[in-house]
Write a protein that binds this ligand. Structure first.
Ligand code: CP
Ligand code: NVA
Length: 314
């Protein structure tokens, strides 16, 4: 059974196929021709962390596809009181058609998927945020920044940096990651990306210099300094990340028509200046809207794969 846990599990062609499907569904819905691709299907949405975009885009998306979204906060379900993931998976997936999970350790979603009877989608873990990167790639393409683009990711070597690495190394574009010393990406993820890059021709550069990363790029992307679960490190990170704010001077290093991306929520005055976030180069709200369209593509693609498997099993 196909799940959507990280981009590791997808070929370049499959990523392009899902992006094309997302674009088609987006065009249809913008022409008010919403097709009920997932009529009557139920999406369970488990949240162990807060969310605005992921919650709203998945819930709105499944309704628009003709299905129903069921919001399951860990404050309300027994998971939050210690019921194991594997038991939660075996109960919930007998009753719904697809599950989206936002949680902490990536192993938790892998365990859920192992016991699941239905496709599982990663709505963010400490290690990866793949649905965000599908929306980001869709946004890049819409702004004329396709596979030949150079992208700089500035900031923490976190779930967003890891996911940019997976996208770039699968699709074959140049990615430069600038982190402060001590906040580099995980070496295992970097090794994986290196393997994929050999096949795709991607160029991956790691640096501690924001200038080196941003010089002549087409896209600058950043993320918060302290991710969810790291709030108690906020003060230390504010000190360690000095010089890592994307401001107008940083933007000037990039190409003239470069775009600025951020998965949001943004902390103005920390990882990005108000001027950049609200400026002409910023595409952050297109990016946020594309969460809806990209995820509709992902859900429909997974649902079709599942139907194919069910037919084979008949
Ligand atoms: N970018 C993103 O995943 O936002 P939320 O945390 O609001 O879902
Ligand atoms: N790195 C951030 C992304 C939020 C969408 C976090 O994990 O909190």
């Amino acid at each position: 059974m196909r799940h959507f846990l990280t981009l590791k599990d997808f070929t370049k062609d499959e990523i392009l196929e899902i992006i094309a499907l997302s674009q088609k569904i987006k065009e249809e819905s913008l022409k008010s021709k919403s097709i009920r691709y997932m009529d009557g299907k139920i999406l369970g949405m488990i949240f162990e962390k807060s969310s605005t975009r992921t919650r709203v885009s998945f819930e709105a998306g499944i309704y628009q596809l003709g299905g129903v979204g069921m919001f399951l906060s860990n404050k309300d379900i027994q998971l939050g009181r210690g019921e194991p993931m594997k038991d939660t998976a075996r109960v919930i997936t007998r009753m719904v058609d697809m599950v989206m999970i936002r949680t902490f350790e990536h192993e938790k979603i892998e365990e859920f998927a192992k016991y699941s009877k239905v496709p599982v989608i990663n709505g963010l873990t400490d290690e990866y945020h793949p649905v965000q990167l599908m929306a980001d790639y869709l946004t890049m393409c819409e702004h004329g920044k396709g596979k030949d683009s150079k992208v700089a990711f500035v900031g923490d070597g976190n779930n967003m940096a890891n996911s940019w690495l997976m996208l770039a190394s699968k699709m074959g574009f140049e990615l430069r990651i600038a982190t402060p010393k001590g906040y580099e990406v995980d070496s295992e993820v970097a090794a994986l990306a290196e393997d994929y890059a050999k096949e795709s021709g991607a160029k991956i550069v790691y640096t501690n210099s924001i200038k080196e990363a941003c010089l002549g790029v087409d896209v600058i992307s950043t993320d918060v300094w302290a991710s969810m679960g790291k709030e108690d490190e906020q003060k230390r990170r504010e000190r360690d990340f000095q010089g890592f704010m994307v401001d107008m001077d940083t933007l000037k290093l990039a190409k003239e028509d470069a775009i600025f991306m951020h998965c949001l929520p943004a902390h103005r005055g920390e990882e990005v200046s108000e001027e950049v976030l609200e400026g002409e180069a910023s595409v952050v709200f297109d990016e946020a809207e594309n969460r809806l369209h990209a995820q509709k593509g992902i859900m429909v693609w997974l649902d079709r794969e599942r139907e194919k498997e069910c037919k084979v099993g008949e």
